[in-house]
Write a protein that binds this ligand. Structure first.
Ligand code: PEP
Ligand code: MG
Length: 533
C-alpha cells in the first residue's frame, strides 16, 4: 500500500477502481540522412504506412465521425507530397520526413484565425502519431480496449484522446502532467469525472488492474489499498454522494438568507465550457470570466473577431449577467507567444491593467470585442488591479473611445453596459469611497488582496500558513469595501476563492456581501449556507 498526496484538484469526487494505464510508446523520430539507394525503400515505407493508417481510420470512422476527418488528413495529397519531397530531395529518412511534414501542416492550422480551423492542428498531430507508430512498429494505446470501469492513469491526455474515452467506464483520471486549466482538467470538470493532475511519477508506480482509491476532494491517492483503506474510502464516497444529492435538491430554491436578503450566487469561468457546466447549477450569472485564459491557450494575441465569437457564445448562454474581466496577465500568468521582461517582483510588476494601458491597441481590441458581445446578453466589464482613480478613468476613456468607434461604424452594443472594478489592492480598499462613485459595481478579489495586504506571496509554499483570508486585517478591509459600496448604492461582490469557502461565507453574509462568485463546484454548498444563515 502506498499513500500519495496531491495538491492540484482538477475535478472533485471520490473513486475506488482498478487502474487503466494509458501509456504512450516513445514516438521520437529517427534522424539522419539516407543515401540515394535507400530513397525507394523509405518511400515505400511511407506508402505502406499510409495504406494501413487510412484503412484503420476508415474502420474507426464507421463508429465515430471524428475519425473520418482523420482519415482525410492521412490520405491528404499535401501531407504525402511534403513527406515524399523531404525523402527524395532532402534525403531525409521517412520518420524525420513525416515528423517535419506533420509539424509544418499543424503550424499552418495553428496560425489560422478561425477557432474551428485552429483546433484541426490537434487532429493533424494525432494522425502523425498513427503514422509514426506504424513506422516504428509499436502499438498506440487504445481506449477502445477499455472494457470495465477504471481510473485512467496517463502522462497527459489530449482532446482527441478524450473523445475516444468511453465516458461510462472512466470513473477517475490521474495524470502526471497538466495544470488545473489544461484540456484534461476542463474536460473532466465538464464530464464530472474526479481528476487529479500533476501527480508526478504515477505511471511508474501502477500497472493495469491495480486497485486505487482516490479522493479528489482532499487530494489523496492510495495504491493497492488494504481492507481498512478500502472501507475508509467507501465511507467517504458514500458520504460525498449523499451530500451531493441533498445539495442538488436545493438548486430550485432562491438563495435568500433567513433575514430575507436575496444573495446572488455566480460562477467563475475560464472559458465557455465552464460557463456551460455552471449553468446547470442554477447560477445567477458569471461573476468572473477570466478572459486571460483565451490569451494563454492561444498561439497569438486573439484578434477582436476571435474574442467576440467567444464572448458572444458565453453571453448567449448566460441568461443573467456575464462579467468579463479585461486581460489580467503578468504576475504568474504568462503568454507562450509574448516574452515578459524578467522582473524582481512580478506580482508587484507589469501586470493586468498596467499592461493594457500601455498596450492600448491590444486593450482596444478586447474592449471592442466585449462591447460587440454585449448586444447578445447582459455583459458587464470589469477592470483588474486598479490602484488609482487616474487608472480607472484612463481605462474608461479607452472604453468610451471604443464605444464611439462602434457607434460610428453602426455596430450595436449595450449603451447601458455596466462597468465595475476589482478590489484587490490595498490602495483600492482605502479609496473605495471615491471609486464607488465612478463604477457600477465592485468585486473583491481576495486571492490578490490577501497577498498584498498581508505581504504574503499567494504562491509561495514557505509562507502558505500565513496566507489567510480570515486574518482580521483582510476581514476589516472587506467590511470597509462593502460599506463604502453600499453607501454609494452599488452592488458589492466577491470573486476570490474566499467566496466559496464554507468558513468564510457566514462571515461575509453577516458583513452584507451581495454577490458570491466561485468555481461551479462550490455553488451548491454555498447555497445551502446562504439558506441556513
Ligand atoms: C483574485 O485576485 O481574487 C482574483 C479573483 O483574481 P485572480 O485569482 O485571477 O488573480
Ligand atoms: Mg487577482
Amino acid at each position: 500500500m502506498e499513500d500519495i498526496r496531491v495538491e492540484k484538484t482538477a475535478s472533485r469526487g471520490i473513486v475506488i477502481a482498478p487502474v487503466y494505464c494509458y501509456r504512450e510508446p516513445d514516438l521520437t523520430p529517427e534522424t539522419g540522412a539516407v543515401s540515394q539507394e535507400k530513397v525507394a525503400s523509405e518511400t515505400e515505407k511511407f506508402e505502406n504506412a499510409k495504406k494501413s493508417v487510412v484503412e484503420d481510420l476508415a474502420k474507426l470512422a464507421e463508429k465515430n465521425e471524428v475519425f473520418a476527418a482523420h482519415q482525410e488528413i492521412a490520405g491528404d495529397f499535401m501531407l504525402g507530397e511534403s513527406v515524399l519531397t523531404k525523402i527524395r530531395e532532402e534525403k531525409k529518412n521517412v520518420q524525420q520526413a513525416l515528423d517535419e511534414a506533420i509539424k509544418e501542416i499543424a503550424a499552418i492550422f495553428d496560425a489560422m484565425e478561425d477557432s474551428y480551423m485552429k483546433e484541426r492542428a490537434a487532429d493533424v498531430r494525432d494522425v502523425g502519431k498513427r503514422f509514426m507508430a506504424f513506422l516504428k512498429g509499436v502499438r498506440l494505446p487504445d481506449f477502445g480496449s477499455m472494457e470495465r470501469e477504471a481510473i485512467v492513469v496517463a502522462r497527459d491526455l489530449y482532446p482527441s484522446d478524450t473523445v475516444k474515452m468511453k465516458a461510462a467506464y472512466v470513473k477517475g483520471i490521474l495524470t502526471e502532467e497538466g495544470g488545473i486549466t489544461s484540456h484534461v482538467s476542463i474536460m473532466a470538470k465538464s464530464m464530472d469525472i474526479p481528476t487529479l493532475v500533476g501527480v508526478k511519477g504515477i505511471l511508474e508506480k501502477v500497472q493495469d488492474g491495480m486497485m486505487v482509491c482516490m479522493d479528489a476532494e482532499k487530494g489523496t491517492i492510495v495504491l493497492e489499498p488494504d481492507e481498512a483503506a478500502m472501507q475508509d474510502y467507501a465511507a467517504r464516497k458514500a458520504a460525498y454522494e449523499k451530500e451531493r444529492q441533498e445539495l442538488e435538491k436545493l438548486r430550485s430554491q432562491e438563495p435568500r438568507t433567513k433575514t430575507g436578503k436575496r444573495i446572488y450566487l455566480c460562477a467563475n469561468a475560464g472559458n465557455v465550457n465552464d460557463v456551460r457546466g455552471a449553468i446547470q447549477r442554477g447560477i445567477d450569472g458569471v461573476g468572473l470570466f477570466r478572459s486571460e485564459f483565451l490569451y494563454m491557450e492561444n498561439t497569438h494575441f486573439p484578434t477582436e473577431e476571435e474574442q467576440f465569437l467567444v464572448y458572444r457564445e458565453a453571453a448567449k448562454l448566460v441568461p443573467q449577467e456575464l462579467t468579463i474581466r479585461t486581460l489580467d496577465i503578468g504576475g504568474d500568468k504568462e503568454l507562450p507567444y509574448f516574452s515578459f521582461e524578467k522582473e524582481e517582483n512580478p506580482f508587484l510588476g507589469w501586470r493586468a491593467i498596467r499592461i493594457c494601458l500601455e498596450m492600448k491597441s491590444m486593450f482596444k481590441e478586447q474592449l471592442r470585442a466585449i462591447l460587440r458581445a454585449s448586444a447578445f446578453g447582459k455583459v458587464r466589464i470589469m477592470f483588474p488591479m486598479i490602484i488609482s482613480l487616474d487608472e480607472l478613468r484612463e481605462a474608461k476613456v479607452v472604453l468610451e473611445g471604443c464605444k464611439a468607434e462602434l457607434r460610428a461604424e453602426g455596430t450595436v452594443f449595450d449603451e447601458e453596459i455596466e462597468v465595475g472594478m476589482m478590489i484587490e489592492t490595498p490602495a483600492s480598499v482605502l479609496m473605495a469611497e471615491e471609486f464607488a462613485k465612478e463604477v457600477d459595481f465592485f468585486s473583491i478579489g481576495t486571492n490578490d488582496l490577501t497577498q498584498y495586504l498581508l505581504a504574503v506571496d499567494r504562491g509561495n509554499k514557505k509562507v502558505a500558513s500565513r496566507y489567510d483570508f480570515m486574518n482580521p486585517a483582510v476581514l476589516r478591509a472587506i467590511r470597509h469595501v462593502i460599506d463604502a459600496g453600499h453607501r454609494a448604492g452599488i452592488k458589492v461582490g466577491m470573486c476570490g476563492e474566499m467566496a466559496g469557502n464554507p468558513q468564510a461565507v457566514p462571515v461575509l453574509l453577516e458583513m452584507g456581501l451581495d454577490e458570491f462568485s466561485m468555481s461551479a463546484g462550490s455553488i451548491d454548498y454555498v447555497r445551502k449556507l446562504v439558506l441556513e444563515n
